[in-house]
Design a binder for this molecule. Structure first.
Ligand SMILES: Cc1ncc(COP(=O)(O)O)c(C=O)c1O
Length: 394
């Protein structure tokens, strides 16, 4: 009998929904035109791209003309940061941002050193929350950009973006938010947030990998990242990824319908069942960011005295896919920069696992995880020298 395969790593990527695949399929086949061509092939794909733009705009509460399609969340973040600080100045961000933002900020500022670009990292508390007061105190007369994410990819913690948006408005500075892990999971209204730019990624919301978008508020001056044709109103040169964009548009429609139906409440119930079930069965387990507002699908749990990578591998061998959220660079497992910024020791950070649900997950799958995780943690703790040492010393 083959092993079950349960996927609880939807913050890494989500499966493409059948409706999304169905919408995309003709654009890999007979509807192959270049959306910039003036003949009927091009008109057909142009109409599809513009339809998708309307759908993404409807999800975010903005105008279609404010949506720039990109190759994903990383490009959207880079476009926002490099595009908004191109003339130098001061940037405020946080240490828990995705590397797409952290590295884009570092690069933009290094590149612009000669014209004086500096960065302030506002801290997060033990729950992973930025204090808007710290953002206000970090402001300088030359602050060009505040970039604070909406939902963290590792913990799901939601930042107080509306308050930060108000601070940015009072200071007349630009505000970008990386909403890659929030779109489709919480209601988003860019006007209420008060942001000038917002990034999203298709593959985190059941559209394919390699497509994303940046909302750019009308009237906001944005330098392009690269140069070429006048695609995307000269904000992003390059022939559009029509099938991907069509998929993103359909996924945006489905996300809005699903949100209006209240599906996120079912997701919260499922996530809480998983979280509470684990906490009830495993001693010395705690939810990272548990005291903060969070997106419906994510729980990041610390299991004292285990190595997170070993737990991920052990669970995978039994058919359950989860993640540590930590980056593996040059063979060494780095502890999560997010959990470290929340005040954890590297060892504790390494003992944390992220479970992230998607639309396809069922109660039976959660129950499968609930049956598997406690016994696997117990087995690994048996093998853990630090755990056994504690047992002896008690
Ligand atoms: C918060 C956040 N921002 C940006 C990205 C990058 O998105 P993409 O994979 O589409 O480049 C990710 C992907 O994990 C993410 O979680």
């Amino acid at each position: 009998m083959s092993l079950p395969r349960i996927y609880l790593d939807n913050n890494a990527t989500t499966p493409v929904l059948p409706e999304v695949l169905g919408a995309m399929r003709p654009y890999f086949g007979e509807r192959f035109g270049n959306a910039s061509s003036i003949h009927s092939y091009g008109q057909e794909t142009r109409a599809a791209v513009e339809n998708a733009r309307e759908s993404v705009a409807a999800l975010l509460g903005c105008r279609a003309s404010e949506i720039v399609f990109t190759s994903g969340g990383t490009e959207a973040d880079n476009l926002a940061i490099a595009g908004l600080v191109s003339a130098g100045g001061h940037v405020i961000t946080s240490p828990i941002e995705h590397h797409a933002v952290l590295h884009a900020v570092l690069h933009a500022c290094k590149h612009l050193e000669e014209i004086g670009c500096e960065v302030t990292y506002v801290p997060v508390d033990g729950r992973g929350l930025v204090d808007p007061g710290d953002v206000r105190r970090a402001l300088r007369p030359n602050t060009k950009l505040i970039s604070i994410m909406m939902a963290n990819n590792e913990t799901g913690v939601l930042q107080p973006v509306e308050e930060i948006g108000k601070i940015a408005a009072e200071a007349e500075t630009c505000f970008h938010t990386d909403a890659v892990q929030a779109v489709g999971k919480v209601a988003i209204d860019v006007k209420r947030i008060g942001c000038h730019a917002l990034s999203l990624s298709g593959h985190k919301m059941h559209a394919p990998q390699g497509v994303g978008a940046l909302y750019v508020r009308k009237g906001t001056h944005l330098h392009p990242l690269f140069y070429g044709g006048r695609h995307e109103r000269s904000r992003r040169a390059g022939t559009e990824n029509v099938p991907g964009i069509v998929g993103l548009g359909r996924a945006a429609e489905l996300a809005l319908e699903s949100f209006n139906r209240g599906d996120h409440k079912t997701m919260i119930a499922l996530r809480d069942r998983l979280e509470q079930g684990i906490l009830a069965q495993v001693e010395n387990a705690a939810v990272n960011g548990g005291g903060a507002p969070r997106v419906a699908n994510t729980t990041n749990i610390n299991f004292d005295h285990i190595d997170g990578e070993s737990l991920v591998i052990a669970l995978d061998l039994k058919g359950l896919a989860v993640s540590t959220g930590a980056a593996c660079s040059s063979g060494a497992i780095e502890p999560s920069h997010v959990l470290i910024a929340m005040g954890m020791t590297p060892n504790r950070a390494r003992a944390s696992i992220r479970f992230s649900l998607g639309k396809q997950n069922t109660r039976e799958e959660v129950d499968f995880a609930l049956a598997l995780v406690p016994e696997t943690v117990a087995r690994l703790r048996e093998l853990s020298p630090t755990h056994n040492k504690t047992a002896v010393s008690i």
